[in-house]
Design a protein around this ligand. Structure first.
Ligand code: GLA
Length: 368
């Protein structure tokens, strides 16, 4: 049995496909898979996880290629495909597997249930084949499954977080180099609680909104003559406004200022305990990130805006949407003794919200 965590991105949103910075954490909610080898070339997949519940799906490994499967099955099938393509599984000798999933990562909540299923599957299949799969390779092949097999043009954030999560730490990720550096983020010791505010609402716009944003960023980088938006600083924003249309310039402003916010956030963590002025400054960075995602990047939603505003009214130090946006979840950083009030304020604003605390958790691993 293997398991991999969901994640919240603490700060650094829509920066990963711009080769920028992010500071996510794996959360204490895992997807687990029980796996057994087969010898007839089949993957047999079963899930007891909420939206994915259904009959056993059978996927022949021979001729497996993008487009062959649909629905949730595409995530584990895509990982098998990526491991075969990447040579981690040997086409001649790998005989297939039975995989049964259970998950505590809410689906469609922006908490990376897909990366959790991918990374748990990757570890399980590699182990059945007796192959070594170090975290960087696990993350890369899981992202390849999502990009090239499932067809979602996501960046490396979610899979890196599931593969490298560290209990009690935020991960500072430089997505250009792939370097992942843990920074202590011991919430209980600091008397802090990070609440996940799942709006339970997802807007269809997300399907086109994400690839649109990514394409706009890549066009902007080309126009401005840089390899990626990571290569710009706030000093370049005037030029961006001159050379780009108004909307694209706002997209660029989000990415450039968000990279700066990540760097400031991790420097606050590096400076010592999150308390006093440092804590206030960290909270303000989270809220500023939300406003930038709402106004410049335009990936928030009325429900996300409502829960963020309510959390702040309830006394949170900072709050922001997390993940790709267009619905899903927000996070709020609050003193633990204020957490009930924050939750009540959020529920008053959005009675259907699901609210739970999360702590930074460890990476994908073998359970037994
Ligand atoms: C989704 C994607 C990530 C990242 C975030 C936005 O979670 O899967 O790669 O782009 O959105 O930060």
């Amino acid at each position: 049995m293997w398991a991999a965590p969901g994640r919240v991105n603490v700060i650094g949103e829509h920066t990963d496909y711009n080769q920028g910075f992010a500071a996510p954490m794996a959360i204490d909610r895992y997807t687990a898979v029980a796996a057994a080898p087969r010898s007839d070339g089949l993957l047999r997949l079963l899930s007891g996880a909420g939206a994915f519940r259904g009959p056993v799906a059978e996927v022949p490994l021979h001729g497996l290629s993008p487009g062959r499967t649909r629905g949730w099955v595409s995530y584990p099938a895509g990982v098998a495909w990526a491991l075969l393509e990447g040579g981690v599984l040997d086409r001649g000798s790998f005989g297939g597997a039975d995989l049964a999933f259970a998950s505590a990562v809410p689906v469609g909540a922006g908490l990376s249930s897909s990366a959790a299923i991918e990374c748990a599957t990757g570890l399980a299949l590699a182990a059945l084949a007796g192959a070594d799969l170090p975290p960087a390779m696990l993350a890369r092949l899981a992202q390849r499954a999502e990009n090239a097999y499932v067809g979602v043009p996501s960046g490396p954030l979610d899979q890196l977080t599931a593969a490298f999560g560290v209990a009690g730490a935020v991960l500072f990720i430089d997505t250009r180099s792939g370097a992942v550096t843990p920074y202590p983020f011991d919430l209980p010791a600091a008397g802090l609680t990070l609440l996940v505010l799942d709006t339970k609402v997802h807007h269809d716009l997300g399907a086109s909104g994400y690839p649109d944003r990514r394409a706009a960023c890549e066009r902007a980088a080309r126009t401005l003559g840089v390899p990626a938006l990571r290569d710009l600083t706030v000093a370049d924003l005037c030029r961006a406004e001159r050379e780009l249309d108004e909307q694209t310039a706002r997209r660029v402003r989000h990415v450039v200022t968000e990279d700066e916010r990540v760097l400031k956030f991790v420097s606050l963590l590096a400076a010592g305990d999150l308390s006093g002025l440092r804590l206030r400054a960290a909270g303000e960075l989270l809220t500023a990130s939300h406003l930038s995602l709402r106004d410049d990047y335009e990936v928030s939603s009325p429900e996300l805006d409502a829960v963020v505003a309510a959390a702040l009214r309830g006394g949170a130090y900072g709050a922001r949407m997390t993940g790709g946006g267009f619905g899903g979840s927000a996070i709020a950083l609050t003193a633990t003794d204020q957490a009930d009030e924050v939750a009540q304020a959020v529920l008053a604003a959005l009675p259907g919200a699901d609210i739970f605390p999360a702590v930074p958790a460890g990476s994908a691993y073998r359970v037994c």
